[in-house]
Structures are given as structure tokens and as C-alpha cells.
Design a protein around this ligand. Structure first.
Ligand code: 13P
Ligand code: SF4
Length: 309
């Protein structure tokens, strides 16, 4: 008797039948990353979504990433395993508040992190990710005042890196990175004195000041793979461990628990499961549906970002 197909096998069959590509963020569970066509950070996945010529994009990350894929490639069907996979940064910044800021400050340039709703993107002048934020802010004429939204830690890091004084920063934060306590990092440094500290710029300054390297998830992976160090304390979501071990076999990675869950996992990213992914590919829902007008407006700042790099 033939064994019943595993869920992963079902997904691979559905992916072929639907002419689908499976894009997964580094924070996804290993079993999702294993069958993904591409695993990457938010910028790399956006670029892949833009180029895809099949019928369906199945996005395993959080909802704003799936929305971004739809805006970049609107004639594809974009599905995601769970529509409730949100992001505390998206929740911290409402389009009405951004519109009001614009009304009061019409000459400011609004730079929005990609971790925003599509409505906020549509109100923005240019977008950025953690990978290109410094480059994007540096591309704006020095005399212009910038509003950076919504992540206060990323904004403050970009301000330090660019030395730009005329920069206002929204006060949103990531529930995962913002709650890594620096005292736990200091404890880890005592326990692993040989380890390099690598951190995502969504961490607070009290953490970043102890980091040897700061960068996006993919930049952290590239750094650890290329570094002469054999051991790292990784100040980001622990799902990245799967990609780290693939990219830097034999090296050791340590994680620091945050105050929220006493872990280093994003509860939104972890809503996605193989079962939900299979059902999304089978039923083509939850599906990203956006009005053409909203997509047209959100595409402008996205394309500006991709043109800068
Ligand atoms: P990356 O741009 O590094 O993928 O980060 C996205 C994110 O949500 C980090 O918490
Ligand atoms: Fe949002 Fe933080 Fe989760 Fe990234 S880790 S998706 S910023 S809540």
C-alpha cells in the first residue's frame, strides 16, 4: 500500500499545479523554509515577488509582506497562510495620523519602513527596509526634514549612521526586538566571551551599543558566514537559526530571550503552519485583495526605494 503524502509533499504538488512560487522569510519555521523556493529578508522577497511570472505567489511571512508582493506584481494571485499574521509596527502607525502629519508639515519627506500597512505606504514619499534604510535616507537632499516611521529604534540607528539632525522619528516599536533586555545580552557576553554580537536595528540603542555588527536578517547571515568568528550572540528572531546554520555550518549561535514571551520568537510569524499553507494553496485564500487605486499610490514609494537600491 502506498504511504499517504506528507503535508510538505501535498504543498509541493499544489505549488506545481498552481504555478506558484513559495517565498518565505527567515523567521519562518524550518519545515516551511525547507520547501520554499526563496528564503530571504523583506527586501529580497519583495524583489523576487516583483519578478515572478507564474500565477500564484504564496507568501510565508507577515501580512504586510504579502501586501507588498501584491502591489509590486498586481496581476498575480497572492496568498498567505494566515491573515492574522500582523506586525506591531504596522499597528503603531495609522494612515489617518500620517495624513494629519503631512497636512501640518507639507515640506517634510516621509520615509516609511516597509513594516507598514499599504494605506500608510500610499501616504509615503519613499519606503525602506532595514537593509537599505541608511542608503535611502542619504538619498534625500540634506536640507530636507525627514519623517522616519514607524520604528523608533531603526530610526534612531539610521540617524546615528547618517549623522542627520533634521529627522523626526515616529515612536512605534517591534514587540520582539524592542524587548530584548541589555542585561541579558551582557550576561550572554560573560557566558560566551569569544562570541561576536550581531543585532537587527529594530533593537534598542542599549542593545545596539554592544553589537559588533548591525544589519537586516540577510545581512546578519552574510556577516556570520563571512566572519572569522566561530560563535555569535544573535539579537534577532530565533527563526533565523535555520538559515544561519545552512550558511555557516559548524558555527555556534546563541539567542537572548526577550521580556515579552521569554523567548525570541515573533508571535505573528509563528502563526503560519504547513497545514495553513497547504489550505491557502488549495483554496487560494486568504488572498490579498487591494483596490487598484491604493496599489497605484503605494507602488510609487516602493519603486522609488527599489530604484535607490
Ligand atoms: P528584515 O528586513 O531584516 O527581513 O526584517 C523584517 C522584520 O520584520 C524584522 O523584524
Ligand atoms: Fe513585526 Fe517585530 Fe514580528 Fe518583525 S519581528 S514582523 S517587526 S512584530
Amino acid at each position: 500500500m502506498l504511504a499517504a503524502p506528507t503535508i510538505s509533499e501535498e504543498i509541493l504538488d499544489l505549488k506545481r499545479d498552481r504555478r506558484a512560487i513559495l517565498l518565505a522569510h527567515h523567521y519562518q519555521e524550518p519545515e516551511i523554509q525547507e520547501i520554499a523556493d526563496v528564503v530571504g529578508d523583506s527586501l529580497e522577497l519583495a524583489r523576487k515577488a516583483l519578478k515572478y511570472e507564474g500565477d500564484v505567489i504564496a507568501f510565508c511571512g507577515v501580512w504586510f509582506m504579502a501586501e507588498t508582493a501584491k502591489v509590486l506584481n498586481p496581476t498575480r494571485i497572492v496568498v498567505a497562510p494566515d491573515q492574522d499574521a500582523g506586525c506591531s509596527l504596522v499597528d503603531s502607525c495609522k494612515a489617518d495620523d500620517v495624513r494629519e502629519y503631512r497636512r501640518r508639515n507639507p515640506d517634510h519627506v516621509i520615509v516609511s519602513y516597509i513594516n507598514t500597512s499599504v494605506e500608510v505606504k500610499a501616504e509615503s514619499d519613499i519606503l525602506c527596509t532595514s537593509r537599505n534604510a541608511v542608503k535611502i535616507v542619504n538619498s534625500i537632499p540634506r536640507e530636507k526634514t525627514v519623517l522616519f516611521l514607524p520604528d523608533r529604534n531603526l530610526g534612531a540607528w539610521v540617524q546615528r549612521e547618517t549623522g542627520r539632525e533634521n529627522m523626526k522619528i515616529w515612536q512605534g516599536s517591534c514587540i520582539v526586538h524592542n524587548t530584548f533586555p541589555s542585561r541579558r545580552l551582557l550576561d550572554a557576553k560573560v557566558r560566551f566571551p569569544e562570541a561576536e554580537v550581531v543585532a537587527h536595528p529594530e533593537c534598542p540603542e542599549a542593545v545596539l551599543r554592544h553589537a559588533d555588527f548591525v544589519g537586516s536578517t540577510s545581512a546578519i547571515i552574510e556577516h556570520c558566514a563571512g566572519s572569522a568568528s566561530r560563535e555569535f550572540i544573535v539579537m534577532t528572531e530565533s527563526g533565523v537559526n535555520y538559515s544561519l546554520e545552512r550558511a555557516a555550518p559548524g558555527k555556534r549561535f546563541h539567542y537572548v530571550a526577550n521580556e515579552n514571551c521569554n523567548c525570541s520568537e515573533c508571535p505573528f510569524m509563528r502563526l503560519n503552519t504547513l497545514e495553513k499553507l497547504r489550505d491557502a494553496l488549495m483554496n487560494l485564500t486568504p488572498r490579498v485583495e487591494l483596490s487598484p487605486e491604493l496599489m497605484r499610490r503605494a507602488l510609487v514609494p516602493l519603486e522609488r526605494m527599489l530604484a535607490v537600491g
